[in-house]
Design a binder for this molecule. Sequence first.
Ligand code: NAP
Length: 266
Amino acid sequence: MKILLTGARGFVGSRIADAMDVVAAPSLRAMTDEDIRRLVGETGPDVIIHTAAVSDIGDCARDPEGSFRANVEIPLALVRTGVKAVLFSTDQVYSGRTDEGPYAEDVTAPANLYAEHKLEMERRALETNPDTVLLRAAWMYDMPKYGVRNRSNFLVNMLRERELAFSSTQYRGLSYVREVAGHMQKAAELPGGVYNYGSANSLTMLETARWLAEELRLDIRLRDAGPRHNLWMDGAKLRAYGIVFRDTVGGLRQCIEDYALNLHAL
Ligand SMILES: NC(=O)c1ccc[n+]([C@@H]2O[C@H](COP(=O)([O-])OP(=O)(O)OC[C@H]3O[C@@H](n4cnc5c(N)ncnc54)[C@H](OP(=O)(O)O)[C@@H]3O)[C@@H](O)[C@H]2O)c1
């Protein structure tokens, strides 16, 4: 299967490029829809995995037009080529939900522009080609990667800071990006539709941080950030297709093992 990967130098894309054989697309930032159509035509992929995006909530709020271009128009240009596309979306589409969860795919409530644009992308992509796969990813983490711009994530923040605050009421899944990348072959074979794509978590964010701090014996003060609504996803639909994520602590354990992060265990 020939896979065209966008965002191959980004946080998620660079790990996908490590995990599977792909053709890395050049940057799409300055491309017109016609350029994109030509790129796909010349490459001739069986599947497009699209990770390029403006993925920072604040950046999207500051530049709504840039967000719309990157997060709605560019993915739609890829979908319109007729090639099966796997597009990354976000758990932020649930950010305005106030019920307990975990949230299944059917009811969304985007509470920021980034999530609104991702949701519009999902809807229009499926209207254009019902075979499109939309993966709603949770907040992902990894250690920094050589040659790739580091982005702030839960693990790196925990290792870097001396004091952090997390909510003692918020349940939120965190995913190990190497596991996200490892499931991509199967994800590319999913039938068209929207899927929650990430780890579950039976701990609150504060409990998760405390678990990690204790596991790695980190010198960090953890405070309660106060009440936050949940942001956890129900992965039942994905599991029915044989894609099973470790839970959040399981993913963190795997990452700790992969990088031999537990220096006290040496
Ligand atoms: N990181 C997370 O925790 C997280 C959580 C939930 C969902 N997601 C979603 O997962 C996908 C991958 O996220 P990521 O963290 O890998 O993103 P990222 O590293 O911030 O960006 C990926 C790539 O997007 C391209 N890009 C940046 N600005 C662009 C623009 N204006 N127009 C077109 N392309 C642009 C860049 O590639 P070039 O330099 O080659 O242009 C960049 O390397 C995104 O769809 C994101 O919304 C991420």
